[in-house]
Design a protein around this ligand. Structure first.
Ligand code: SF4
Ligand code: SF4
Length: 370
């Protein structure tokens, strides 16, 4: 398995510079042949939002990758399934649909044609374009994730599963470790062949949708999703083995058996680590007394982090109710925009916070009713 990871400094979304750096990263990591290939680009489009919010892969990174592939003779398709996916979805606000129109790449709505891919002893619904192309290139965004701490290359593959089938997986794999194992299974079944992470401006704090933009000034590429995620999470100041998708994948050893196997090409990692990056608080530290005590305390349901609804911010859009795989959220009809959590049903998947556009869902411990 190719374990090369290339990191390049990049301070701005300048199309010429980003295209040149992508070509350099792709060459360094020995990306797959693209001549006359049909290639699906899979950016991270969590929600269709303005690029300034840094929720999605920046359109300049998408455009640069399209131009690089087209120059190499590839036919390019672009698509993703956002959290709330309605048939006919086009990612207009993110600027990605416009990039497709400008470059001649084909935008694909993943809900229109679907197929199945094997998953363990069963199968999972995926966008049929996955089977129609020769290569998939994944374009994750550098940002946190409340459930699996960091949403990198391994997690970005989930967007190949269209519509509500994504949220349904949370009901099947009901905790962080099981969900991470599922994500690794999914990558083993539907493996993109190359990954390019947009870390020029990432997102810190509550992720994947409610954090704040943070300048990281990097692009990271690899053919190996686990090696890429190990480097990215290290640069975010995490212990990479705390990230459940990393540890699940390394236990299996398909992509990486040990972080020491990574062949790194780029500036010294110490010079790139952002020590004050705001991480997911529960990630803690590996093998500390804190973590030992914490793992035991978190089994007490009352002490778990959970969605807390900030009623003054709620606009009553009901997106959280639509996405909840457990029907654990209801609207109190007697009060205006008053969302209520049925805590006994909640599995702490945090999909509700992903879709809320109004900062009305915080993920935190709620003790003594506060
Ligand atoms: S209330 Fe939120 S965290 Fe709980 S199950 Fe529903 S979507 Fe998941
Ligand atoms: S909490 Fe957020 S997603 Fe849910 S109804 Fe209110 S504004 Fe909409």
């Amino acid at each position: 398995m190719n374990t090369k990871v290339a990191v390049r400094k990049c301070d701005t979304y300048n199309i010429g510079e980003v295209t040149d750096l992508i070509a350099d990263i792709y060459r360094t990591c020995e990306g797959p042949d693209i001549g006359n290939k049909k290639v699906l680009l899979k950016p991270n489009i969590l929600i269709d939002a303005d690029p300034a919010r840094c929720v999605s892969t920046h359109p300049v990174v998408v455009e640069a990758m399209i131009r690089f592939l087209q120059a190499g003779g590839a036919e390019v398709f672009v698509g993703d399934s956002p959290s709330i996916h309605i048939r006919g979805f086009k990612s207009v606000r993110s600027g990605i649909y416009e990039v497709c129109e400008k470059t001649g790449a084909t935008w694909v709505d993943f809900l229109v044609n679907t197929a199945y891919a094997p998953l363990g002893s069963g199968r999972i619904r995926i966008a049929s374009i996955v089977k129609d192309v020769d290569l998939i290139i994944s374009l994750p965004k550098f940002k946190n994730h409340e459930l699996v701490f960091f949403t990198g290359a391994v997690k970005n593959t989930l967007g190949l599963v269209p519509g509500f089938a994504k949220a349904k997986q949370h009901a099947i794999y009901q905790d962080r470790d099981k969900f991470s194992e599922f994500l690794v299974d999914l990558n083993e079944s539907v493996l993109p062949q190359f990954f390019l992470m947009d870390g020029i401006v990432g997102m810190e704090g509550p992720g994947p949708g409610q954090g704040s933009p943070v300048k990281m000034g990097i692009l990271i590429g690899s053919s190996n999703p686990v090696a890429l995620d190990v480097i990215a999470t290290t640069l975010a100041g995490y212990d990479p083995l705390i990230i459940p998708t990393n540890s699940a994948a390394i236990r299996r050893g398909k992509w990486l058996k040990d972080v020491k196997e990574i062949i790194y090409d780029g500036p010294a990692t110490e010079s790139l680590i952002k020590k004050d990056f705001i991480r997911i608080s529960e990630s803690g530290r590996k093998n500390t007394i804190y973590r030992f005590v914490f793992n035991r305390l978190k089994r007490i349901r009352r002490l778990q982090r959970r969605p807390v609804f900030i009623h003054k911010n709620c606009i009553g859009c009901r997106e959280c109710i639509k996405i909840c795989p457990q029907n654990a959220i209801v609207m109190d009809c007697k009060k205006e925009n008053w969302v209520v959590l049925k805590d006994s049903k909640c599995i702490r998947c945090f999909c509700c916070s992903e879709v809320c556009q109004s900062n009305a869902v915080e993920i935190r411990r709620k003790i003594f009713g506060v």
